[in-house]
Design a protein around this ligand. Structure first.
Ligand code: ZN
Ligand code: ZN
Length: 351
């Protein structure tokens, strides 16, 4: 297969800073879309992968799975996209397209394993995939999303991971007008959860440990703010939530949040990919309550989310950075010092 060399930014090993490097992309095949990357969001998973926190990183790591760009070329089997279309690529770039999950538009759960946009097994070139901290990418047409032209493309970048991660559970659990929805944690994920739950007509309660986040949460669309450290307030909200979206990225106490759920209601975890603290079975049994998990969303659902964002003019709240500032941005993400997502202006890598 023919290849071209392009500019990227990546990490040579788990201790290294990200630096400029050259990588190879396949040339645009019959089923492919070639994209000139204009913006790429910075997800906490990028940091976990660069630093090998999940013990599965393949180096060099070129992160980035919140990709926005313009189509520069399409293969001959591509009818849905044309040169100059505004498009996006999220967390996946391939899947088997044959298994029951793929056939049900749930490629994220492909039984053969979906191919991550970075750190996945590259089924075209061999080796592993490289993400969006780069000038261009070539992606199978089934994994390219259409970005509505009326929304800000910079703010649209985080929709491809943070957006779909929060949208999918809200839809899967059929959150509707008038439901009381809790969103735990006000970060990249949580701020999108608040925006979406509000747009779906829910009564949105931001659940956070920090009172100083109340004003921001309300500006994003929360109707109430519940400080989880305040026992009186937690008691006042007991057994009252129809649905809770839990975006806490680390293991944590579950019992206080289980107590907030109504009978038969569900709390969905989207953040903590690690052991949870033990919780009491009685809390679930007493009200037939449920704890569930959710992983990004399928391509069809991601497109639905993007179209919804076009109709409702929803984008992420972001801070734009140059590529060279990525290592500082990582430190600020770890310190939760960003409202609420960094987006790299890829022109800063090209020039
Ligand atoms: Zn992500
Ligand atoms: Zn599959």
């Amino acid at each position: 297969m023919m290849k071209t060399t392009i500019k990227a930014y990546g990490a040579a090993d788990s201790k290294a800073d990200l630096k400029p490097m050259d990588i190879e992309r396949r040339t645009c095949g019959d089923d492919d879309v070639k994209i000139d990357i204009t913006y790429c969001g910075v997800c906490h998973s990028d940091i976990h992968t660069v630093r090998n926190d999940w013990k599965n990183s393949k180096y060099p790591v070129v992160p980035g799975h919140e990709i926005i760009g313009r189509v520069t070329k399409v293969g001959k089997n591509v009818t849905k996209f044309r040169k100059d279309d505004l498009v996006g690529v999220g967390c996946m770039v391939d899947s088997c397209q044959q298994c029951s999950a793929c056939k049900e538009d749930l490629e994220q759960f492909c039984e053969k394993g979906m191919v991550g946009t970075y750190n996945g097994r590259d089924v075209h070139l061999g080796g592993h995939t490289f993400g969006g901290y780069s000038t261009a990418v070539v992606v199978n047409k089934e994994f390219v999303l259409r970005i509505p032209e009326n929304i800000d493309p910079k703010g649209a970048a985080p929709l491809l991971c943070a957006g779909i991660t929060t949208w999918s559970p809200l839809r899967a659990w059929k959150v509707k007008k008038g439901d009381k929805v809790g969103v735990i944690g006000l970060g990249g994920l949580g701020h999108m959860g608040v925006k979406f739950a509000n747009a779906l007509g829910a009564h949105v309660v931001m659940i956070t440990t920090s009172p100083d986040k109340a004003k921001d949460a309300k500006a994003l669309g929360a109707h109430e703010v519940l400080i989880s450290k305040n026992a009186e307030d937690m008691k006042a909200h007991r057994n009252s939530f129809d649905f809770i979206l839990n975006t806490i990225p680390v293991g944590h106490e579950m019992d206080p949040y289980i107590g907030l759920l109504k009978r038969d209601a569900t709390m969905v975890l989207v953040g903590a990919v690690e052991p949870l603290k033990p919780f009491h079975g009685g809390g679930l049994i007493g009200g037939r309550k449920r704890i569930a998990g959710s992983l990004i969303g399928g391509i069809k659902e991601t497109q639905e989310m993007l179209d919804f964002c076009g109709e409702h003019n929803i984008v992420s709240d972001i801070e734009v950075i140059d590529m060279k500032d990525i290592n500082d941005a990582y430190e600020r993400i770890i310190d939760a010092d960003v409202k609420y997502r960094f987006v790299i202006d890829m022109a800063s890598l090209k020039n």
